[in-house]
Design a protein around this ligand. Sequence first.
Ligand SMILES: NC(=O)c1ccc[n+]([C@@H]2O[C@H](COP(=O)([O-])OP(=O)(O)OC[C@H]3O[C@@H](n4cnc5c(N)ncnc54)[C@H](O)[C@@H]3O)[C@@H](O)[C@H]2O)c1
Ligand SMILES: C[C@@H](O)[C@H](N)C(=O)O
Length: 373
Amino acid sequence: MPVLRMLQRVVGQMLQSPACGPRAAALPGRVLGTSPWQIPAVANCHSAFLSEADRPRILITDKLWGLGVGLAKLLRKQFGKDNVILSDIKKPSEQVFHSGPFIHSDVLDYKHLREIVVNHRITWLIHYSAVLSAVGEANVPLAKAVNITGVHNVLDVALEHNLRLFVPSTIGAFGPTSPRDPTPDLCIQRPRTIYGVSKVHAELMGEYYYHRYGLDFRCLRYPGIISADSEPGGGTTDYAVQIFHDAIKNGKFECNLKPSTRLPMMYIDDCLRATLEFMEAPIESLSSRTYNINAMSFCPEELAQEVLKHIPEFQITYNVDSVRQAIADSWPMNFDDSNARKDWGWKHYFDLPQLVMTMLSFIGSHSRVAKAN
Ligand SMILES: NC(=O)c1ccc[n+]([C@@H]2O[C@H](COP(=O)([O-])OP(=O)(O)OC[C@H]3O[C@@H](n4cnc5c(N)ncnc54)[C@H](O)[C@@H]3O)[C@@H](O)[C@H]2O)c1
Ligand SMILES: C[C@@H](O)[C@H](N)C(=O)O
């Protein structure tokens, strides 16, 4: 028997053992029986050794031009295209639709979520759907529904089917009474937005389901994520995405935060790699369910100075949005992510100069292609 096949068989047997992840203990009232199709979440070990039958089958809930599209690309490369299903309440673009399995799903429809998990033999659930900070302040009922009821639904579906569940948290899960520079994993969290309150609730509920029922709940607090090919979702850090598009298109940018507003930020490639590495980390290596991850911190003035090195004629002006400014002033200025680096080997690759160079070349090349067509 070829060595690799033997290794896969050994690893496969090892992965079936209880040591490869907690088993759901006594289930709460809402469970209607566990799925006959359930394959235990088996990604404690590195996926390179997993046979097709042992690879995780992943459902990502997200908007179809948010972080979820980038994560789907990475996970499909790692685990195979057909093992990663993207979902949203909105119709996908042609490109997203043809990039791999897509399914319509509303995180408020618990019954349909269960059907998707059973019919597609899901073992990992990555719950990206949320209403972000500034949009949430403008529509609190929607934020409560999606960010709180939606999370309750995915927690119960994950528990019923013994899924590995990832829910991202955020720098927005802290408030003005939290230590801001740096902000550690564990400290007071009294956020002043419905977005932050709902994310603290998600963290606490996920940790409760882990300690009470053994659910393999995992959570990373993301900084402001900067990506060239996903549209900003209506958050407070959106300026740090829009500046690149405007700098290339118009050579100028009107910033809605004050020049000195310092916030933790991260390039999307680091964010998505962190998510995959964290989801594959052996459960024994995790001393916590929720971790900060960090890459850089900057303010609009510093970002503009870095852009000027590439576009000398670039001009930035300021027209402060009082709602976003008040939110930013209550958030961390710098994240302490030493536990993530110690427990599961997290490290970032992109700093501010690399971020600016990467974003400008990506957007620049795409705008040249658009002009040529
Ligand atoms: N982008 C960032 O800077 C950042 C930073 C920290 C954390 N996060 C988290 O990462 C996740 C993804 O962020 P994003 O930037 O892609 O957000 P996004 O706003 O771009 O996409 C999330 C989408 O979920 C959708 N949604 C709303 N109602 C829904 C429903 N009923 N069912 C299904 N989907 C619904 C929303 O339309 C929203 O567009 C979110 O949980 C967010 O809190 C993002
Ligand atoms: C920081 C993050 O959670 C999101 N970009 C927001 O600003 O709301």
